[in-house]
Design a protein around this ligand. Structure first.
Ligand code: URA
Length: 215
């Protein structure tokens, strides 16, 4: 059973992603292979002040473990960075949604199912946005959203009722929508870190900005 406002575990709103999940259930029977729900702090959605929005579950990361940004290199960098900025209790790669204890932070994805080759198509991003919108609406104390990558950024702006052309993506850019500050970052994928497009210092600067805004 999904939590309210979360996709059904056998969600078939996006036929291509549903087919891919079915194939993955055959290939990797011990893995999660289903939509990945938002990861909330133990206090629940009403305690969330900072939301991090990724692209979509990684095949061997969230799609395996069932927890956003848990189980792959992107997750390791994200959790180390959260801990360095006092936003998580430790920087260990968590084994489950209970560790580390996030402090007023939720983590989710613009697209909840793993897409083939990590590339969701426009219709899938648009279809899945209803879950991002619902998650944001369930966070009355939300002050800052960090978006990881352009797809996540544009979908978040649309989820908030804005137009990406009025709030363009650029690494480190901040934009205000209502009482909320949206900070964009390059995605912390290994592709971006290996090519030097995103350095640890650049990623740190995004979180420093978020912490300043939260204060
Ligand atoms: N893991 C996620 O959950 N989302 C991403 O965008 C990348 C890795």
């Amino acid at each position: 059973m999904a939590r309210p406002n979360e996709p059904d575990p056998d969600c078939s709103l996006c036929p291509r992603l549903h087919d891919f999940a079915l194939k993955n259930r055959d290939r990797f029977p011990d893995w999660h292979n289903a939509p990945v729900e938002t990861w909330y702090p133990p206090e629940g959605s009403s305690a969330v002040e900072l939301l991090i929005v990724g692209l979509a579950p990684g095949l061997r990361g969230a799609n395996r473990t069932g927890v956003p940004f848990v189980g792959d290199d992107s997750g390791a960098l994200l959790h180390e960075t959260l801990a360095r900025h006092g936003l998580a209790e430790n920087d260990a790669t968590p084994a489950s949604a209970d560790q580390p204890r996030l402090k007023g932070i939720a983590i989710t994805n613009a697209v909840r199912c793993v897409p083939p080759e990590n590339k969701p198509v426009g219709a899938e991003i648009n279809t899945c946005r209803r879950f991002l919108t619902a998650a944001i609406e369930a966070m009355p104390r939300l002050k800052v959203i960090i978006t990881l990558g352009r797809i996540s950024h544009d979908s978040t702006i649309r989820a908030l009722g804005g137009k990406p052309a009025h709030h363009p993506f650029s690494h480190g850019a901040k934009t205000a929508m209502g009482n909320m500050c949206i900070i964009s970052s390059y995605h912390c994928s290994r592709y971006n870190t290996n090519t030097g497009r995103l350095t640890v210092e650049m990623f740190d600067a995004v979180f420093e900005s978020a912490v300043r805004w939260l204060d």
